[in-house]
Design a protein around this ligand. Sequence first.
Ligand SMILES: NC(=O)c1ccc[n+]([C@@H]2O[C@H](COP(=O)([O-])OP(=O)(O)OC[C@H]3O[C@@H](n4cnc5c(N)ncnc54)[C@H](OP(=O)(O)O)[C@@H]3O)[C@@H](O)[C@H]2O)c1
Length: 341
Amino acid sequence: MNTNLSKAQVSIDPNTVPQKILFTGAAMPSVGIGTFGSDRFSAEEIAKAVKGAITVGYRHIDCASIYKNEKEIGVALKEAIDSGIKREDLWITSKVWNDMHDDVRTSCLQSIEDLQVGYLDLYLVHWPYPNFHAPGCDVDSRSPDAKPYIHESFMKTWRQMEKLVEEGLVKHIGTSNMTIPKLKLLLNDAKIKPACNEMELHPHFQQQEFFYFCIKNNIQPIGFCPIGSPTRPERDMTENDTVDIKDPVVLKIAKRLGVHPAVVCVKWAVQRGQIPIPFSIHENEYKSNLECSTKDLLTAEEMVALSKIDKNCRLIKGQVFLWKDNQSWEDLWDLDGNIKQ
Ligand SMILES: NC(=O)c1ccc[n+]([C@@H]2O[C@H](COP(=O)([O-])OP(=O)(O)OC[C@H]3O[C@@H](n4cnc5c(N)ncnc54)[C@H](OP(=O)(O)O)[C@@H]3O)[C@@H](O)[C@H]2O)c1
């Protein structure tokens, strides 16, 4: 692999990729690359994709300690920085996993060391539940020490997150897999407010109310599974799940633009205002996922048509976080506005 990331090789000028301005005034690239390889790709393959992604113009990388590849990605990031890309031109996100809610600083320091970046641009609480489950475990497995969301416990974790900002280890802090009721409590009690909320967002799962709640509160939504995670592990598939990239509205727009339907999902996300973090290790795919943010806007009619194909189809249901017998995954998502106990 050619390790030189010279300017000539940059195929999409990062300056042409739209940015979102956070409440701190920081600019965040409107498309990032996901790094969760699931069961399918090795850490080395993903690190190679990250390196390739930076070469084609990505500046935003979505990482997490639980993806078990931060060390390998760190090597790719160091090579990029050594070859002339400025650290401050990269946006690096990582996340504290559920078993480290009591020792956030240790987890953060480990991610910073593994990623070799000196500081993080954004650090997220990956899930608002502290229970541990083994990576890749079956959706039916339950943690014996699983608990419901306890706001006092979450605030203890959040206070540690706030200290990371005060210490200069991270520039921003945020949440992931939250709900409106949980975020309302946090907004009430936080000294440092979440800058971003990472949430599942794709044309078949638009979370309108939650999306606008975030926007109204100056919390930038980051959309995971932006393509509807078509190749997610079977354990994360249920029979009623729908497939975004087979939706006739998505297919019609893809045909007009001459692109893969996945690209339409990414374009919709950017134009709507969330920051998608599509995953791929294939250069043609990750390149088109970034390039599409720089050209060929969807028409107003297409945006309206896409807004009407929401199927309320949540793919990452979180079953392993359930804490009582006979619960259903809906209990995790506060659908009636109340946090289940
Ligand atoms: N915060 C959280 O709890 C959370 C949860 C889930 C995910 N995430 C983050 O979100 C990222 C993305 O989610 P995801 O990987 O589940 O789903 P995704 O980005 O919706 O889908 C990824 C898959 O779509 C296909 N694809 C991507 N670009 C394509 C293109 N241009 N043309 C055709 N196919 C394309 C690829 O399939 P092939 O590999 O078969 O080509 C790829 O594996 C993750 O990597 C992770 O960083 C965060």
